[in-house]
Design a protein around this ligand. Structure first.
Ligand SMILES: [Zn+2]
Ligand SMILES: [Zn+2]
Length: 237
């Protein structure tokens, strides 16, 4: 069991790259199974060459690949791990320690909301987007990471966190009431079929590279539904 491998705590560095490689699965009986990556980014199998640890500086699990280290990647053989769908909190639940995805809902459902990536309580990156549960559509409007925190995969984590949202409601079906994260997870599991688009991508190497990575058929042409347009119009009145 993955959780059982947590005990070895390390302070580590808050500058570790973060991989969205954890996945929590909600079982029919309400329990959770945590799926950890079974290989490192260089495809070395975890059983045998990898080990999991807990990074105190980030409050996240990490993967250490001993084979990467032994092959000379001394500065690049450890990655923090996060589940962008499950490991989200709302502002009132944020602990202000480590790396946290904090959802800040809009005033109304299809309006623009955001997810902040906070390091020790300070926002260092943001994804801004709108989702419409009626039309099952979403528009990723902006992903921004502060310059001094770039190159660690934070933008990808923010985009995947956005794609996991189905709505901003905290009044979910009664069978999942009481645990917002389980609701978010259920949302992610049912999220297939949501059509996501993005606003225009900037013409910079960084933005182009990010757009190429996005798991979307097309980028750069936002498709706003009438609910999003109405919510945005009310916002500017
Ligand atoms: Zn490796
Ligand atoms: Zn709509």
């Amino acid at each position: 069991m993955f959780e059982a491998q947590r005990p070895k705590g390390e302070f580590g560095s808050s500058e570790l790259p973060v991989r969205p490689a954890l996945r929590h699965e909600l079982n029919p009986n309400g329990s959770l199974t945590v799926h950890a990556p079974n290989h490192c980014p260089r495809r070395h199998p975890v059983p045998g060459s990898g080990t999991f640890s807990w990074i105190v500086a980030l409050h996240l699990h990490s993967l250490i690949c001993l084979r990467c280290r032994d092959e000379g990647h001394v500065d690049d053989h450890q990655w923090a791990l996060i589940d962008p769908a499950y490991e989200q909190v709302e502002a009132g639940e944020a602990k202000g320690v480590g790396l946290e995805l904090v959802a800040v809902p809009p005033a109304e459902d299809a309006g623009p909301g955001r997810i902040e990536l906070r390091l020790d309580g300070h926002a260092i990156g943001t994804a801004t987007f709108a989702v419409c549960p009626q039309d099952r559509t979403g528009v990723l409007e902006h992903v921004q990471v502060d310059a001094e925190h770039r190159g660690r995969g934070y933008g990808r984590v923010l985009a995947l966190a956005a794609f996991s949202r189905l709505d901003w409601s905290t009044d979910g079906p009664h069978w999942v009431r009481g645990d917002r994260r389980v609701r978010a997870l259920r949302g992610a599991q049912h999220g297939a079929g949501y059509a996501w688009t993005t606003t225009l991508i900037e013409d910079t190497p960084l933005a182009r590279g990010f757009a190429k990575w996005l798991p979307l058929p097309t980028v750069g042409e936002p498709l706003y539904c009438r609910h999003m347009l109405a919510a945005a119009a009310r916002l500017t009145v």
